[in-house]
Design a protein. Structure first.
Length: 557
């Protein structure tokens, strides 16, 4: 069993600091969990509480926010990381190197192998959970680790069970969390933990009882170069039992990572803030109002169809009913006594409440970008519209997600692809890279539907430039010298997200053109030789007298 009293004290002290820094966010998170999606968010749980099946949506009378969140998650999933089409491309910053045929072939092969790993593992079931956390709470979190069965595996976390810390550049470099594990799970995952109590209980009737586990991943301040274990890694990972063995510095497991294994995307991060606000925070006032309005709408309808009644005092204590078909009995003396509604509600008042509810619902949907992802479903007028209008609408709406896509690229997708690449390369699951790539860092480029929709906005300027050049070339052909056709094709293919295999690399183009030029020179030389031979034949057949022909006269023979 690993023991380190100083490290244990440091971890406990740092978690207390991270807990205080997070405390100001918890009130808003609890409201979001209560009114948007109660199944997400875990702010305190005790071992063996067995609360997973408890119904938690009692505060939700109008589920518009939940349905809009589902639309956002589906839109991000299909638009950014769809398993049905490629959404990333490997390259390097140097365009000339990236266009070399061996480099393009190797990148295409590596990307295809990575897509196979993504499809085989749990990535596409974990990403919707990350997007859901991101849309509801503004921050998502998952741990990416090597897996012997699926190569990689993502462990998603929910808001409230983890704490984040930043480095000096404002990037997340620390994760602390609290979660529940049974004794049997601990024994299965870390069989070398060395804690006799856990081993004994894992083999007893208490094997499925839970205990609270603490976990922290943080930069390793004392990296020992040359060490192959956790001491030689840039980040250390430590597990221990909550509140147990503190004085002895007891740990369940210690490990290390060369790269920070945590994916922590934030919707719109503010400098030096570990957490971020998102669509859920923007919609929360309207979501709360919507619950009040829904209650008032129901009350208004109830009062209209089943208003409070007044009755003659003589009916006190007698059986009476206002149900349809009911019979009320009166004596002769009580003739004329009866019941009547205390007041009549105006139908227009109900309609006004309904209009207010609809406006609030639209505001909530807009906060979650549901109007963007359901653009075609919500188009007004005759369907379908022409292609130009559809493209213009799509490009205009995609610009609204520009900052979000940049944050997702930097905090989620690029680290995801980069870490998967490193894991596969270290385990020799990728082919050997070509020599031309030596010394160049890997770059990840998004080619998803949303990314391409944003890039497509630049294609219009390319087309207009060539159209204008074509009109000028009718009178001034030399104007085409100002344009680079090869670079135009590369840029256009990149903006469209066309597969790199259909665009011939620059070195191959140079070879094709050199071979074509050589063939043209050979054809020209053959044509010149043929012309000379024909001329010589004509001269040899021309008699100039004296038994001599013109060719002999020219040669002085």
């Amino acid at each position: 069993m690993a023991r380190d009293v100083a490290l244990r004290t440091h971890l406990d002290d740092r978690i207390n600091v991270l807990r205080r820094q997070r405390s100001s966010w918890e009130g808003g998170w609890r409201d979001l969990s209560r009114y948007v999606n109660p199944r997400r968010g875990r702010f305190f749980s005790s071992p063996n509480s067995n609360q997973g099946g408890v119904q938690k949506n009692g505060a939700i009378l109008d589920p518009t926010a939940l349905f809009s969140l589902r639309t956002l998650v589906a839109g991000l999933m299909s638009g950014i990381t769809s398993p049905a089409r490629p959404w990333f491309r490997l390259t390097v910053a140097d365009r000339q190197v990236a266009q070399l045929a061996p480099v393009k072939a190797w990148f295409d092969d590596s990307a295809e192998r990575m897509r196979m790993v993504f499809n085989a593992g749990n990535l596409y079931s974990a990403l919707p959970l990350i997007y859901e956390e991101l849309g509801q709470f503004g921050t998502g979190c998952a741990i990416l680790e090597f897996d012997r069965e699926d190569v990689i595996r993502l462990y998603t976390l929910t808001t409230g069970e983890y704490y984040l810390g930043l480095d000096w550049r404002g990037r997340v470099d620390t994760l602390a969390r609290r979660f529940m594990y049974t004794y049997r799970q601990i024994e299965q995952r870390w069989p070398d933990h060395g804690i006799a109590e856990i081993t004994t209980k894992a083999k007893s009737a208490e094997a499925d009882n839970e205990i609270a586990i603490m976990h922290m991943i943080e930069p390793n301040p004392k990296v020992e170069k040359g060490r192959m274990d956790y001491a030689g890694k840039a980040f250390r990972s430590v597990y221990w039992r909550e509140g147990s063995g503190q004085a002895e510095g007891e740990f369940i497991h210690r490990a290390g990572y060369a790269r920070f294994p945590v994916l922590a995307p934030r919707w719109k991060p503010i400098e030096n803030e570990a957490y971020s606000q998102g669509p859920g925070h923007d919609s929360l006032p309207d979501v709360k109002s919507l619950q009040i309005l829904a209650k008032r709408e129901h009350n208004a309808v109830d009062k209209h169809v089943n208003p409070p009644m007044g009755a003659h005092i003589s009916l006190r204590g007698s059986a009476s009913s206002v149900l349809p078909g009911a019979i009320n009995y009166f004596t002769t003396q009580e003739k004329g006594a009866g019941m009547w509604p205390l007041y009549q509600t105006a139908p227009g008042a109900i309609a006004e409440v309904e209009r207010l509810v609809m406006r609030t619902r639209e505001s909530v949907k807009s906060a979650f970008f549901a109007d963007l992802f359901l653009m075609f479903d919500q188009m007004e007028g005759v369907q379908p519209r022409n292609q130009l209008e559809i493209s213009t609408r799509r490009e205009e709406k995609m610009q609204m997600l520009g900052p979000v896509l940049e944050n997702l690229h930097d905090d989620l997708l690029q680290p995801l692809v980069q870490q998967t690449f490193d894991i596969m390369f270290e385990n020799r699951l990728l082919a050997e890279p070509p020599e031309e790539l030596q010394g160049y860092p890997l770059d990840v480029e998004l080619i998803s539907i949303l990314a391409q929709a944003q890039k497509a906005a630049d294609l219009g300027s390319v087309e207009r430039l060539w159209a204008m050049a074509g009109s000028i070339a009718a009178s001034r052909p030399d104007v085409l010298d100002k344009l680079n056709p090869d670079e135009t094709m590369d840029v256009y293919a990149d903006k469209l997200g066309a597969p790199s295999a259909i665009v011939v690399s620059d070195d191959q183009v140079a070879k094709v053109r050199a071979a074509r030029a050589q063939q043209a020179q050979q054809a020209q030389a053959a044509a010149a030789a043929t012309t000379a031979a024909d001329g010589a034949k004509t001269l040899s057949e021309t008699d100039v007298g004296g038994g001599r022909n013109a060719l002999q006269g020219i040669l002085g023979l």
